[in-house]
Design a protein around this ligand. Structure first.
Ligand code: HEM
Length: 119
């Protein structure tokens, strides 16, 4: 059996470090940081770790809202989606991931566009 994406991302410990950098990038990205002004950073971070672990094949359970409920009423634009994806790719580069894993994560994020953008 080929390794799951969860395994190739290095399991929960490396995913936690990746997500800390992703959230840091979002909170300092002028294109999207205002979106998080009223969010609980620690809780968003915990939910995103669970989301990525569970969604990539890990044993964790995702305990946050479903994606549509989490983003409903925000009217997020395509530009904001690209900005968020840029933050994630930059954090993956910083954490030493290969192009193959970056491509896979970008493809998954793009496939979720309809659950996030213009709701
Ligand atoms: C495919 C892309 C995306 C995925 C997979 C995603 C995933 C998530 C997840 C798992 C949460 C946690 C939900 C919870 O705590 O219950 C969340 C929250 C959030 N997301 Fe996204 N997100 C995406 C794109 C975006 C974009 C483009 C923006 C805006 C620039 C955004 C803004 C937010 C905000 C502001 C919250 C916090 C909501 C709150 O405080 O309750 N997301 N997202």
């Amino acid at each position: 059996m080929p390794a799951t994406l969860y395994e190739r991302l290095g399991g929960e410990e490396r995913i936690q470090r990746l997500v800390t950098d992703v959230v840091e990038n979002h909170y300092s990205n002028p294109l999207i940081r205002s979106r998080f002004a009223n969010s609980n950073r620690a809780e968003v971070e915990r939910h995103v770790v669970e989301f990525l672990c569970a969604g990539s094949g890990g044993p964790q359970c995702y305990t946050g809202k479903d994606l549509v409920s989490a983003h409903k009423g925000m009217n997020i634009s395509e530009q904001e989606l690209v900005a968020a994806m840029d933050d994630i790719v930059a954090a993956m580069t910083k954490n030493g991931y290969d192009q193959a894993e970056k491509n896979e994560v970008v493809a998954i994020l793009y496939s979720l566009k309809g659950d996030v953008v213009r709701l």
